[in-house]
Design a protein around this ligand. Structure first.
Ligand code: CA
Length: 647
């Protein structure tokens, strides 16, 4: 089976009825394989093995539509294979030059009425992606997918690292769901989800000692809804569509498309270790840009007053302070958050934007996405939800030389909301605007699909450290989850790296940061987003250690390569990223004990590197470190502390 170009074999198993057949699709290295079959009732199934170990047992395929049932009484009629070998360049994600080699198999089924459904499988060395496609069906030129049967049946020794889907229309101004729930690490499969609505993507599973599986989806555009995982039921998690209550009840839960048409890709990343999980590029491997851009978007760093100084800081004078901070740090951007329309007003904004530009700082402006899907009052509202007003507003933004927008508080995962995301992105690109989303869904392949998309929140982000001490206490735990889960499949607009010890305007009250300064620096590299809006404040120019300021001035925000060195979600992580020919290795420790590491870092072999670490008083220190020719580096990372190594 060690033949890269052997794509599939058909097995006639003795235990199956004479008509049943199984198509097996192998990865190019033959270690990963997917077996597709129909059972005695004609229910289509698939299973996934890695290196002879079961990663997914017989799991359901199929769907029920308003035009036919493709979930039972199906026959597997044919299969056609081909090889995919493509290379592409991608800015704004964890790697820049990517090669995707996979075996594709189109497996065709017909139902009892003779209606055809193809399932396209692509199997690369550590990833499975599959989607359903339906042909035009006589007079039927469109279809509504009422239910996807697609499921995931893990071996019983599997444990989970999941975050629940929230109730709809709850929380701040009824803005949920917005992918801002807490994770449970190492939980059993049969523990019910917090709200009873299952879990949002991505979802990480530890298959005993056999390996790891990360589930997600990609290529979700205006042509489908965002999906999630159901609760664990009868031994299986299934694809679930948005809740009816999302988007204030407006818009359907069931997605629809014209025929011929396809569902998004369901993705399954598989490894015996966590390396393939952290390093996967599958969300981008199977999608293409949806439009070309004529603009040259510049990634970089920014300041934003709202994170520490909150709503009261959205006034002209405070914004000047943050523009000056950005200029002093050599950052490209300032992000001016909610209420600028009322508290500064458009005329003075024009003046403020000019001032920023005179200091070499470009501007991002905040907008609410709403609309009728929440109770948000902070402005500007009712501009991004309507194409006429949106384009008029974007004309103004472009005339002022504004470089990007942050659009907040979306209505959920319905297809109607996915259409809004896409329309905002497309209109923004027409106006040379980059886009950040907050209060939003997980981006699913969007860094490649939309050239002006920068990043989305869709995480319990830095604001929670301000809102509640609990999140400061859990900061290190959460930070060690993201490289393995949320940030593995998409950019993550976290808005972090605090240098205040106390998270308020005076650095003298509010919540207390538990993590060290070097931990904070490490997250600037650990959390990947191509524009990093850091949570530093003007006072940090005089009260923060100079070594931290110098670090933030220099740290890149775009990467050519990302490698997991080692780690365990919820406990610790050691991650390497390369920018040009410079390597950055970061380590953070969420445990209560000193983390003693003996690392193999061949990129540092036989050289003197720069080491940022916590001293005895948890203050940052920077020292040169001589690495031997064998590349071995021994480190001790303190609890809630961090280390950064740079060459
Ligand atoms: Ca938020």
């Amino acid at each position: 089976m060690k033949n890269k170009f052997l794509t599939a074999v058909i097995l006639a198993a003795l235990t199956l009825p004479a008509a049943a057949q199984t198509v097996v699709v192998y990865s190019p290295d033959s270690l990963l394989n997917v077996a597709i079959t129909c059972d005695v009732d004609g229910k289509p199934h698939y299973s996934v093995d890695y290196n002879g170990k079961a990663m997914l047992e017989q799991s359901p395929l199929g769907m029920q539509t308003n035009n036919g049932d493709y979930s039972k009484s199906m026959k597997l009629t044919s299969n056609v294979g081909k090889q995919i070998d493509k290379s592409y360049q991608q800015s704004r994600i964890k790697a820049s030059d990517i090669t995707y080699v996979a075996n594709e198999e189109v497996v065709s089924f017909v139902n009892a009425n003779g209606q055809k459904m193809d399932v396209i499988f692509r199997v690369s060395n550590n990833d499975v992606a599959f989607c359903y496609t339906l042909p035009r069906d006589g007079e039927q030129g469109s279809v509504t997918i009422n239910e996807e049967e697609t499921g995931y049946r893990f071996p019983l020794h599997t444990t989970t690292f999941l975050t629940p889907q929230s109730d709809a229309m709850i929380g701040w101004k009824r803005t949920k769901p917005s992918y801002e729930e807490e994770y449970k690490a190492d939980a059993p499969m049969n523990s019910p989800s917090q709200y009873g609505h299952g879990y949002t993507f991505p979802a990480l599973f530890k298959v005993g000692d056999d390996g790891w599986v990360l589930l997600s989806e990609t290529e979700v555009s205006s042509r489908y809804c965002g999906s999630r995982l159901s609760d664990y039921e009868d031994g299986v998690y299934t694809i679930a569509f948005p809740m009816a209550e999302e988007n204030n009840g407006n818009g359907t839960s069931a997605p629809a498309f014209s025929l011929p048409g396809s569902t998004p890709w369901r993705t399954i990343t598989v490894g015996e270790t966590l390396h393939p999980i952290v390093e996967t590029t599958i969300p981008w491997d199977v999608v293409e840009p949806l439009y070309d851009t004529k603009h040259d978007y510049k990634m970089g760093k920014g300041t934003w007053s709202w994170i520490l100084w909150q709503d009261e800081s959205i006034n002209y004078d405070d914004q000047v302070k943050y523009i000056n901070l950005a200029a002093a740090m050599g950052f490209e951007y300032v992000l001016i958050d909610n209420w600028w329309d009322l508290n500064i007003g458009k005329e003075r904004m024009a003046e403020l934007i000019k001032y920023a530009q005179s200091q070499g700082v470009d501007v991002f402006l905040w907008y609410s996405s709403s609309g009728y899907w929440n109770d948000i009052v902070q402005g500007p509202i009712n501009m991004m939800d309507n194409s006429i007003i949106r384009k008029r507003e974007m004309d103004w933004l472009q005339s002022q030389g504004v470089k990007g927008i942050k659009v907040d508080f979306f209505g959920g995962d319905k297809q109607e909301t996915m259409r809004l995301y896409e329309e905002i992105l497309s209109d923004a690109d027409d106006h040379g605007l980059m886009v950040i989303f907050h209060g939003c869904t997980l981006p699913r392949g969007w860094e490649r699909m939309y050239p002006n998309f920068v990043g989305s929140e869709a995480v319990l982000a830095s604001e929670n450290l301000i809102f509640n001490q609990h999140y400061c206490d859990e900061e290190a735990f959460n930070a060690t989850l993201h490289p393995f889960i949320r940030n593995a499949v998409a950019t993550m607009e976290f808005g972090g790296t605090f240098l205040n010890k106390r998270l308020n305007r005076g650095n003298d009250g509010g919540t207390t940061r538990r993590t060290s300064d070097v931990f904070q620096l490490a997250t600037a590299i650990l959390f990947q987003n191509p524009i990093q809006n850091f949570a530093i404040a003007p006072n940090n120019l005089t009260d923060a250690p100079q070594v931290c300021l110098d670090f933030l001035k220099e740290v890149p925000t775009t990467w050519d390569e990302t490698r997991l060195i080692e780690g365990y979600p919820g406990k610790y992580v050691v991650l390497a990223r390369r920018s040009g020919n410079q390597w950055y290795v970061v380590a953070i420790n969420a445990t209560q004990e000193d983390l003693k590491l003996n690392l193999d870092l061949p990129m540092f072999a036989d050289s003197v590197i720069s080491c940022y670490s916590d001293d005895k008083a948890m203050q940052p220190q920077q020292k040169p470190l001589k690495v031997k020719a064998n590349g071995k580096v021994s480190l001790v990372v303190k609890p809630q502390g961090g280390t950064v190594l740079i060459k």
